[in-house]
Design a protein around this ligand. Structure first.
Ligand code: URP
Ligand code: ZN
Ligand code: ZN
Length: 471
């Protein structure tokens, strides 16, 4: 099966030019002006952008979390992703206490097998190096394509690790060439603040933010950076939400340390006041770190513009408001933490980042596709448009006007963080490895099409499985 995408504006992190893109099979084999090649399928992209499929390095599909299970599994989550122009993501395998990493990995492969629509890799969330997995076992993961270890410095009594486990994992990563990812909040201090708030009868959603002040994120971010420096590992700080966490990352990067940071779409648009919405509506915005005071939004735009932060992910961790979020109706600490977002990242960042002049089109591609692919061992198979790369492509209509609504979304959640937002610019046709997966508002492949991607170690390139077919 071959496909020729004609006359689109091809945009990568570095380039922007009008060309035809031809894929014979799964990979791009020709890029050029007015290509004269026979193709099974021709897509007219005149007046449209041709973007690399977006890569989301931070999602939680089918995850038992907060007393329930995230509502999007690999089928509905991948459908949402594909409709939103994301063609590859990296999801978190959670090691449960007492389990080996092999057991956890097998369980997560079982969740995606037969359901996947787009391609995905896995990170390993390390929760226990005492009674379950071992440092020796951690060292075996990169050979299985799992080249990043995630640690939670918060969620005390659940996924949180102590500094010993954090540091031992960092040392292991320094040896194995894996990337260490941290959820950086001071979980001990937050646990005390939560208990004190509940003892005072403070139960509403807004107390989720008031018991997790920005300084707790800043402190943990700095701690992780300093410990990573001692251990000699590469560090990636997930879902940075505020100035207090941006500042230590900026200092480390200025000093040339091996530290990278990510923020998520919602932190640019949802602020603390959303948590104050009456009638429990604030619960929709209970995710961690919490929505911050509005002035942080400009700090984050500046950080992504200047490469203090290098990635925008979604942290898609979807629940329903009517049932799952209601678990915490009388106690904010029981509201499952997380929100949906896989579907709307490209629309939101294009509309309000690029169209409103905050970031360039090339920088958007870098933040949503190229940098996540490079940092997580997927590049150049994913994250760019080049001969030999997977034909993961988005034909994007920059003028299409869409109103974002839960009623029409693919996610199984019953709300949308950006409900009612009018965006201009939306994916029209989406291809994964040369096959159209979304077109005309319809899913075009069966669950099971998506492949597991064994990622390269940090700093190494992921080569195509075989050379591209000759044209
Ligand atoms: O609230 C969130 N972010 N839920 C997902 C788990 C995490 O902390 O990333
Ligand atoms: Zn987190
Ligand atoms: Zn997350």
């Amino acid at each position: 099966m071959s496909v020729l995408i004609k006359g689109g504006r091809v945009v990568t992190a570095a380039d922007d030019y009008v060309a035809d893109v031809y894929a014979d099979g799964e990979r791009i084999s020709l890029i050029g002006e007015s290509l004269d090649v026979p193709a099974d399928r021709v897509i007219d992209a005149g007046g449209k952008y041709v973007l690399p499929g977006c890569v989301d390095p931070h999602t939680h599909l089918d995850l038992p979390f907060g007393g329930t299970v995230t509502i999007d599994d690999f089928e509905s989550g991948h459908t949402a992703a594909a409709f939103g122009g994301t063609t590859c993501h990296v999801d978190f395998v959670f090691q449960s206490h007492g389990s080996t990493f092999a057991e956890a990995l097998e369980q997560w492969h079982g969740k995606r097998n037969g359901r996947a629509i787009i391609d995905n890799g896995f990170h390993m969330a390390v929760t226990d190096l005492k009674e379950g997995g071992t440092v020796e076992e951690l060292a075996t993961l990169p050979d299985q394509g799992v080249t990043s270890y995630k640690l939670f410095m918060a969620y005390k009594g659940a996924a949180m690790v102590d500094d010993e486990t954090l540091f031992r994992t960092m040392e292991a990563a320094a040896d194995t060439g894996a990337l260490v990812m941290v959820h950086a909040e001071n979980g001990d201090a937050i646990d005390i603040l939560v208990k004190q708030a509940l003892a005072r009868g403070e139960t509403e959603p807004k107390y989720h933010a008031l018991t997790r002040p920005p300084e707790t994120e800043g402190e943990a971010t700095n701690r992780a950076i300093q410990l990573a420096r001692v251990a000699g590992c590469n560090l990636y700080v997930v879902h940075v939400s505020c100035k207090e966490a941006v500042d230590p990352i900026a200092r480390a990067r200025e000093a040339g340390w091996d530290v990278w940071g990510e923020t998520c779409t919602q932190y640019f648009f949802v602020d603390y006041t959303f948590l104050e919405r009456p009638n429990f509506e604030g619960a929709k915005y209970v995710y961690t770190p919490p929505p911050r005071p509005k002035e942080n939004q400009e700090v984050l735009w500046n950080a992504v513009r200047t490469d203090v932060l290098s990635v925008i992910s979604t942290d898609h961790c979807a629940f329903t408001w009517s049932e799952q979020k209601a678990l915490g109706r009388d106690d904010f600490s029981k509201i499952p933490n997380g929100g949906p977002g896989l579907e709307n990242r490209l629309q939101m960042i294009y509309s309000f980042g690029v169209r409103e002049g905050r970031i360039s089109l090339n920088r958007m591609v870098e933040l949503l596709a190229t940098n996540p692919a490079k940092l997580f061992g997927l590049y150049p198979r994913k994250g760019t448009i080049a001969v030999g790369s997977d034909a993961d492509l988005v034909v994007f209509d920059p003028e299409k006007e869409v109103r974002i609504e839960a009623a029409t979304q693919q996610s199984r959640s019953d709300y949308n963080l950006f409900e009612g937002t009018e965006v201009t610019g939306s994916p029209e046709t989406v291809l994964v490895r040369g096959t159209v997966v979304v077109e005309g508002g319809e899913l075009k492949v069966e669950p099971g099409y998506g492949q597991f991607v064994k990622r390269a170690r940090f700093g190494e390139e992921l080569k195509p499985a075989s050379a591209p077919a000759a044209a």
